[in-house]
Ligand binder design. Sequence first.
Ligand code: PBG
Length: 331
Amino acid sequence: MSLYSYERLRLYRKNSSIRKMMQDVMIDPAHLILPLFISDKEKKEDIMQMPYVSRLGGRYLEDHIQKCIEVGIVGFALFPVIEEHLKSEQCEEAWNDNSLMARSLRILKNRFPQALFIADIALDPFHIQGHDGLLTADGCIDNDKTVQALVQQALCYTAAGADIIAPSDMMDGRIRAISKALEESAGSQRPLILSYCTKFASCLYGPFRHAVDSARFLKGANKKTYQMDYASSFQIPREYQSDIDEGADILMVKPATLYLDVIQQLSAKKTHPIWAYHVSGECSLIWNGAQNGILNFEDALIESLFAMKRAGSQCIITYFATQAAERLKKG
Ligand code: PBG
């Protein structure tokens, strides 16, 4: 390039039609997945720490799903809110055929056969101490015993009609055990396995733990012996490679905004769909920023989702899936 010429990049931005034409990162509403907190109460219940969503039960849940489908949402990630008397040390409710999750999956799959329902595989909603794993007598997480429990849970939700089984617990070896069990029980009809393969011990899960009512049982304990240390980068490729080798169909990075480098690293492989979880704390930051007049809600939301897309995530789980879909439709 000569000394006197320079790039005329502003030509790409001359007006909104040209800007639109130059866009090569797109978000389709079908790629936005909505998490839902489901309850056994026939009502819509506010969540103080997440004022932008509710716990939903019965027809309130079904009506809400219907409205989301109308704006183009296809996928729903279900998280059960379990009553205290059903929580226990051994978490048996997690694989009870008649549990809130199992019943809901049957009802919802029957009512909305085209929608995709993602079942979270982890013990925390059912655990009397709010952990994702079973504890030994001296209070450590019993990895291998937990994996056996997770297999039971995955088989239960598969039988109930889950389209995608999503282990979010971070135990070692759980993808191998679950994929083997699903293969044996359902073969070619098995659900997809969405592995939370790189899930970090993040400060951003707080509002979620209130929503599913696990925070007060966790009593300030942390999950650092199983969720990943964000200061240790060498473990990242080992975590996702082991889940690939063990049979994961889809890989998830969680949280999203602070881990765009991880999304990019995984998506560079080009062998698996990479999804991102825009977690409760991230959504609350945007919500609170807007409430306090620091930023515009829709602008902040859409910019965040585009950052995840640009980094390489195909689908994004976000509590603002419908707001984003509506805004994208407006253009
Ligand atoms: C636990 C689970 C968590 C989330 C999804 N599954 C929280 C945790 O690890 O304690 C968090 C999602 C969010 O913050 O939105 N199995």
